[in-house]
Design a protein around this ligand. Sequence first.
Ligand SMILES: NC(=O)c1ccc[n+]([C@@H]2O[C@H](COP(=O)([O-])OP(=O)(O)OC[C@H]3O[C@@H](n4cnc5c(N)ncnc54)[C@H](OP(=O)(O)O)[C@@H]3O)[C@@H](O)[C@H]2O)c1
Length: 350
Amino acid sequence: MATRKAIPAAVVNGTGYGGMELLRLLRRHPAFELIEVTARSEVGSPVRRVFPQLADCDLTFTERVERAEVVFVGLPDSAAVEVIPGLLAEGRRVIDLSAGFRLRALTLYPTWYGYEHSAPALLAEAVYGLAEWAREALPAARLVACPGCYPTATLLALGPALARDLISPDIIVDAKSGVSGAGRTLKLGYHFSEANEDVSAYGLSGHRHWPEIIQALDTQRQPSAQTGDLEPLRLTFTPHLIPMTRGILATCYATLRPGVTLADVQAVYADAYANEPFVRLAAGPPHTKWTLGSNLCYVYPTIEPHSGRLIIISALDNLVKGASGQAIQCGNIMYGLPETLGLPQEGVYP
Ligand SMILES: NC(=O)c1ccc[n+]([C@@H]2O[C@H](COP(=O)([O-])OP(=O)(O)OC[C@H]3O[C@@H](n4cnc5c(N)ncnc54)[C@H](OP(=O)(O)O)[C@@H]3O)[C@@H](O)[C@H]2O)c1
């Protein structure tokens, strides 16, 4: 594969956690050249003053994108929906971290996100950017909607089992996230004194990632041989906030189809992930600490011997494979670059 040099890239906005992680990764990327970074709160400030850890970055935050060919968007979803149609109309390609273009059905936005979508025509066009599942569609994409961090962990855990019909479509996902999953914008529940030494569940009446997970998992499933329809997927998704900075751990429970053994499960997962550069099968329950700062997702399927239930555990860094790293992985595929280009394949430990 030829490596094209210097594809002019921008980050909108670079002041959030996802945006800052894009800056960290894109500045070292051999093919994307980061030429612009926008902000709402820091227009005119040098990036290195706002983020001293990016000490050799000589960019200044601007109000809007002027020159970039590809734009990585790290805005809240409603702001992303306002900005992205204009970027596309200017002829730019867009890779969006937000949920603004993830859901196909327009009616889901008022129900799950509380707003009427103002660019419905783009929902059909957007490519859902779980890189492992979207390799065929990404090269032609103008707009990529990267999955959420919880969905990425859940989909990589459950996809092979559902695609090969190893389990009945009645699933429980018990997931934990570090506090950076909620972004850098101040919120009371994420203050140190509130979140430290505390664990709690949230979103029990329905988390926004629920319809996204169902929509994506349904693309992997086979219709019933008898009816030709997809058996409806019953998903209980319970997220938890835990006192760590980065990381998602998703523990998924499902009932195996009759006769399916651990050897069958292991063979399906080994086959699914044999050639995936960023998905690794773990030999035991994975730790979020294995993934910090990397674009890796570890997956561990096993059968709990007393109940016979399948348990699949996945771990990733929410800001890398769960957001900015995945966006760059999609960008690499869009531009015909080696998929791993510029992306860390080893975590920082401990
Ligand atoms: N955090 C994660 O783990 C994660 C994972 C996957 C996907 N995502 C998605 O990625 C996006 C960014 O998340 P984040 O965690 O980076 O959020 P964040 O840290 O809270 O940053 C939000 C960014 O959006 C800007 N912003 C906020 N409100 C705005 C508005 N009304 N109009 C224009 N700009 C606005 C902020 O700019 P100023 O600071 O300059 O005001 C900041 O750059 C979200 O859509 C989120 O759902 C996040």
